[in-house]
Design a protein around this ligand. Sequence first.
Ligand SMILES: Cc1cc2nc3c(=O)[nH]c(=O)nc-3n(C[C@H](O)[C@H](O)[C@H](O)COP(=O)(O)OP(=O)(O)OC[C@H]3O[C@@H](n4cnc5c(N)ncnc54)[C@H](O)[C@@H]3O)c2cc1C
Ligand code: FES
Length: 268
Amino acid sequence: MQVPKVLEIKEVFEESKTVKTFIFNWNMDQKESLPKPGQFMMLWNFEDEKPMSISSIDPVKSELGISIKTVGEFTKNVHKLKKGDKLGIRGPYGKGFEIKGSKILAVGGGIGMAPIASFVDYSRLMGLKIDVISASLTLDELLFVKRMKKSGANVLTCTDDGTCGFQGFATDRVEELLNENSYDMIVTCGPELMMKCIMDMAEKYQIPTQFSMERWMKCAMGICGQCCVDDTGWRVCVEGPVFWSHEINLIKEFGKYRRDSSGSRNYY
Ligand SMILES: Cc1cc2nc3c(=O)[nH]c(=O)nc-3n(C[C@H](O)[C@H](O)[C@H](O)COP(=O)(O)OP(=O)(O)OC[C@H]3O[C@@H](n4cnc5c(N)ncnc54)[C@H](O)[C@@H]3O)c2cc1C
Ligand code: FES
């Protein structure tokens, strides 16, 4: 679906001081409009358009959730909207997460928990065992913990300041878990330096891993080339945003830099 559908906001949930989830009715009857965890939508507020992951999918109620963190003008303006207000949505776009094996470790940092949460719901529906690390700077910013516990996932919280769960970086907790358990697969989304560290650990422990990557998006349809990544020419909006370890290994800019809207490199 390439033309935005203008939809009423059905519900708004405050997940934290900086994150709100917006619920929409979404027709899931056709295969091409059935969203998958890890895919994203383009959200249009009639002024600008931005990529947002799908944070919940309810095929029974035909509801789609998008969770948005306030960072700049677009996200601040969307946060002002209420139930009944309208937004344009097109998608779903990109490749979602795949399932390999039956024991999974999912790691989400900050708003990176959005696609991870919908993947956790899906995995539990499939009857898989899943340990989830939900990581944030502090307790107030932890996302989707109740919801994921309710789904039967083993949720492990991790905060930089130690206000909830493990004190320290998510990657330190990942290392502990990899020492104590065996997993068939890891999925992760969050700050790229966190994911780069997980990539190195996954290689050491030989665990297939999927990474959800962010790059500046304009068309989201593979046409404009804005989201191309160096060395491969892959478009994150089409070949990604989810990449397997063997693919991410070929993306030389991963964990080093990303391009802004003008194409200039911004180093981490
Ligand atoms: C595939 C994908 C999925 C995403 N999922 C979510 C999500 O579920 N929830 C969420 O809150 N955010 C998500 N983001 C990030 C979100 O798109 C940006 O936070 C948003 O565009 C910021 O816009 P702004 O005007 O508020 O802030 P700005 O001040 O304009 O930008 C702040 C930062 O956001 C990023 N950004 C801005 N515009 C774009 C763009 N067109 N494409 C990609 N990145 C951009 C850049 O890193 C920029 O430095 C996702 C990004 C991508 C690429
Ligand atoms: S955003 Fe245009 S090719 Fe990906």
